[in-house]
Design a protein around this ligand. Structure first.
Ligand code: NAP
Length: 305
């Protein structure tokens, strides 16, 4: 019997992973946070994966964190601000040497989980796949991408990577997962907050070239101070390339704010500002941007963290 994948959180990415694992006949359970969510799930009859307008239903077994079954492999599919609390809710069930796979964007939440559960193997994932929820327990597979997996403490790839490939979940093992996460964080810091504050599409940031340039220079210095030279390489060029290539898109943070959803800023721009402070790097533009963004969020009734 192969190892059960326990998927913690049945949001966009949780659904995207659980449904594809289930389709490949890989044993999977989803863990929902409350009896009410479990009742809602049972009423829905399972998870729905919507691909190219085709909907498939997967009646995957769901359970509460308090279920007795031990956990060998846990895929944490919550937002960064929920990850540590969510893992704590199932921590007693983790077997010695259990694997915790962390899908969170930004940085900080993965390190908090790894520090708190040192006897587990924590694998960080940087995902460029895209999914959104048209309704509870449904996901639209909106963007094909890649999942980069890595373990900063152990370079050996797990044997189950081929299960993911069998399930049609694109994945690659990398020795530089932190570089990838830092690079993605830095690009996010340069683009996303400004799109929220200016209320604009990515391409409209080209009207604010000087500000983009100053942010990239500060981010570059923060990355260098954090021993992330590779993530810092030609950052501004890439930011400009992305802004142009996605000119008509609204950034994910812009979409979150417009839809009244909490952002993950503490793990993105907030993490960059904290790192600057810790490394004694001057970051006036980044700090001012964080303050303006926090004020904006509060004025729009959203948490500033
Ligand atoms: P999401 O749709 O908001 O789903 C998060 C899920 O976690 C929700 O269903 C929530 O439950 C659940 N949850 C929160 N706390 C929990 C707990 N204690 N126990 C059990 N479940 C809990 O988020 P997402 O879009 O999948 O994003 C997850 C992470 O992946 C984020 O860090 C995001 O930045 C990253 N990411 C997402 C995408 C994407 O396209 N969506 C792409 C790349 C990276 P409720 O439903 O009960 O609230």
């Amino acid at each position: 019997m192969s190892t059960v994948w326990h998927v913690l959180g049945a949001g966009s990415l949780g659904c995207l992973w659980a449904t594809r694992l289930s389709r490949a006949a890989i044993p999977v359970r989803i863990i929902l946070r409350t009896p009410q969510r479990l009742a809602d799930y049972r009423a829905a009859g399972g998870l729905r994966l919507i691909e190219e307008s085709q909907t498939s239903l997967y009646p995957i077994t769901a359970e509460l964190p308090t279920t007795a079954e031990p956990i060998q492999r846990l895929l944490v599919a919550c937002k960064a601000y929920d990850a540590e609390t969510a893992v704590a809710s199932v921590a007693e069930r983790l077997l010695p040497g259990a694997e915790i796979l962390l899908l969170q964007n930004g940085l900080g939440s993965q390190q908090a989980v790894a520090a708190r559960w040192p006897s587990s193997r924590c694998i960080f994932i940087s995902s460029t796949e895209g999914g959104y929820r048209p309704a509870d327990f449904q996901v639209v597979h909106a963007g094909h991408g890649e999942n980069w997996l890595g373990d900063p403490l152990d370079q050996r790839p797990p044997t189950w990577l081929r299960d993911l490939a069998t399930a049609g979940i694109p994945c690659d093992w990398t020795a530089d997962i932190e570089t990838r996460l830092w690079r993605k964080l830095a690009i996010n810091c340069a683009i996303n907050p400004l799109t929220v504050l200016y209320g604009c599409r990515n391409g409209e940031l080209l009207a604010h070239r000087e500000q983009l340039s100053q942010l990239c220079e500060e981010l570059r210095r923060v990355l260098m101070a954090c021993n992330q030279a590779e993530a810092a390489h030609a950052l501004e060029d890439e930011v400009l390339r992305i802004v142009e290539a996605t000119a008509n898109n609204y950034s994910s943070m812009h979409q979150d704010v417009r839809s009244g959803r909490r952002t993950e800023i503490s793990f993105l721009l907030g993490h960059a500002c904290q790192s600057a402070q810790r490394q004694h790097v001057r970051a006036d533009e980044l700090n001012a941007l964080l303050q303006r963004l926090q004020l904006f969020l509060m004025q729009h009734g959203l948490p500033p963290d």
